[in-house]
Each structure stands twice: as C-alpha cells, then as structure tokens.
Ligand binder design. Structure first.
Ligand code: T6T
Length: 316
C-alpha cells in the first residue's frame, strides 16, 4: 500500500480521533481510499475531492492500494483503526469482501461514503456516488449498434474482476440493451482480473474462436487498453469496433488513432467533489442524499475536441 502523491498537498495534521460520544468523530480529517493507485480515473476523483475538502475547511488524505485488490485495500482500511478519520470515502474493490473491514471503521464512529464502486450491503454507507453504470452499459450497446449499422455479428464483453459493482453493472446494461438490437449477438462476458495483458489474450482467443466478431465492449480503462493491444497484434484495428469505458490519456490517444471507435467517459472529479460534500453533510448533521449519480458522455473521434473537458487527469 502506498500514499498517492500525484495531486500534491492534502497532508493531515495529527488531529486526534475526537469525540465519539454520539458516534461521530469531530476532527476535520477525511480519508479517500480509491480502488488502485496512480490511475487517471482515481487521480481525477482525488483532485475533485481535495479541492472540495479545502473549500469546506477539511483535510483530505488519499491512501490507495498498489493493485485493485481486496486484500491490499483491507490492509489500508484496517490500518485506519489507530487514528480513524471523521469520514472515509472509499471505492470498495469487492462488493462483499470489503464489508467487514469497512463496517469495523464505521463502528468506531467514522462516516462512510462510497465513491464509484459500492458494497452489496446498502446499510453501511451514508451516501454512495457513482455513474449510472447500467445506463453506461446501455449507452455503450447503443453506440456499438450504431457503429455496426445493419451488419450482423457477435460482440465480446470484457469485464474486470467478479465482485466489482461498477463493471458488473456495465456488462449487464450492455447485454440487456443488446436484446433490442437483434443483429448483434453476445459472444459472452470474459473476466480479465483488471489486467491489460489478460484482456489482450482474451481478445486474441475471441478473434480465433468467433469469426463474426464485430465488436468489443471494454468495461473500463484497463480492459480497453488490453483490447486495443489484442486488436493491434492481430492487425484488426478498425475492423472490429472497440467501445471503451473511461477516458484516460492512453484511451484518448487510442480514440484519436482510430483504435477505439467510441469512449464512454465518466466524471470522476464530480464523484470526488460530491463524495466530500456528502461526507461533510453527514458530519455536520445536514441532510445527506443516499444515492447520487454523476454524468456519462459518449465520445467519438469526430466530437473529441469539443469533449476534451471530460478527459481524465494524470495529476491535479
Ligand atoms: O472504470 C473505473 C471505475 O469506475 C471502475 O470501478 C474500475 O475501473 C476504473 O477505475 C478504470 O480503470
């Protein structure tokens, strides 16, 4: 586990754990635990969260696991125990395995806000902020159908790791929407462990086993980067439509080069901003909204210049 320093500042003072009498810690300390370190989606989220925390007079630190991995994230969450923050903003890497460690932090008086991913158990967080991932999957399928025109063919879905709430919802939204486009057949969902190399191998295998493969839906930036590699290796760039999720610098570069035909961009900075707002509302006894959704945007090469505000950042 390591501290993400990409966005600078955000160091906390040694404020004590505060008064836990009415089960709320009264320090001004917020901690953000993203899914993984040094990734443009979470860096952009951190930038939004840090700015908002500063504006509202709170101190936000970020501690991110080296990999998108529940065991690594658990170690970080458990280590908060000795000096728990007033609120924890977290993107749970597993919708079940992260329940016990997060619940333990909550039991010590910390308010819990889910950002991006969420737990299956909806009783733990005070608020959850994410994209409407099911709608994002549907939007990806509609985009894919438009790209394919009337041409019939099969479409492969690349998911990340079982238990990731966001990408599971995107895959389901995509498959459900495919039913409205009878020309397109699902070639199934493949898990990639969120590793670009595995995504590339799954694409190589699908090209061999599915001669009518017409499109690939990559449910996040790592699956997208791997899919682009797989298509490049097979000389199939532009012949098989690649619709990706997210808008990392490398995906945006791929869109420009024609490796991707479309990207569904999230607004991670808004997720971070709203996460802090809800955490502070919970701490200050103000009304809290249980579920908030951030906007999504489908971007193609033709409109990418007009949509550059949705591209993710490498640093704040
Ligand atoms: O797509 C984002 C995030 O929404 C998802 O939960 C995990 O993957 C990303 O971080 C991109 O890699």
């Amino acid at each position: 586990a390591s501290l993400v320093a990409a966005c600078g500042s955000g160091q906390v003072g040694q404020s004590g754990s505060g008064d836990t009498s009415n089960n709320t810690i009264t320090s001004k300390k917020l901690t953000l635990v993203p899914g993984v370190q040094a990734e443009p989606f979470y860096i952009s989220m951190q930038c939004g969260a840090q700015d908002e925390a500063k504006k509202l007079g709170y101190e936000l630190t970020t501690q991110a696991p080296q990999k998108f991995d529940a065991a690594m994230q658990t170690t970080i969450v458990n280590a908060l125990g000795s000096n728990p923050p007033a609120a924890l903003l977290i993107a749970p890497t597993d919708d079940q395995a992260m329940l016990a460690p997060i619940q333990q932090v909550k039991n010590r008086g910390t308010k819990i806000v889910e950002v991006d991913t969420s737990l299956q158990d909806k009783s733990v967080a005070a608020s959850s902020i994410s994209s409407d991932n099911t709608a994002g999957g549907k939007l990806a399928a509609q985009t894919m159908a438009k790209l394919a025109g009337d041409k019939p063919g099969s479409v492969l879905i690349l998911d990340t790791i079982a238990g990731t709430s966001t990408t599971a919802a995107r895959a389901k939204g995509f498959e459900d929407e495919l039913k409205n486009h009878p020309n397109l057949k699902s070639a199934g969902i493949q898990f990639t462990q969120n590793e670009p190399d595995q995504a590339a191998s799954k694409v190589t295998a699908a090209l061999a086993s599915t001669p009518d493969l017409i499109g690939i839906f990559a449910t996040n930036l790592n699956t997208g980067e791997g899919a682009a590699t797989g298509l490049r290796n097979a000389g199939k760039i532009g012949q098989v439509n690649l619709v990706g999720f997210d808008a990392s610098p490398s995906e945006v570069d791929g869109l420009k080069k024609g490796e991707y035909q479309a990207l569904i961009a999230q607004d991670p900075a808004a997720i971070g901003t709203q996460g802090v707002q809800q955490a502070v509302a919970a701490l200050e006894g103000k009304p809290v909204t249980r579920n908030l959704t951030a906007d999504l945007h489908s971007i193609t090469k033709d409109d990418m210049d007009a949509n550059s505000k949705y591209f993710y950042k490498q640093n704040c």
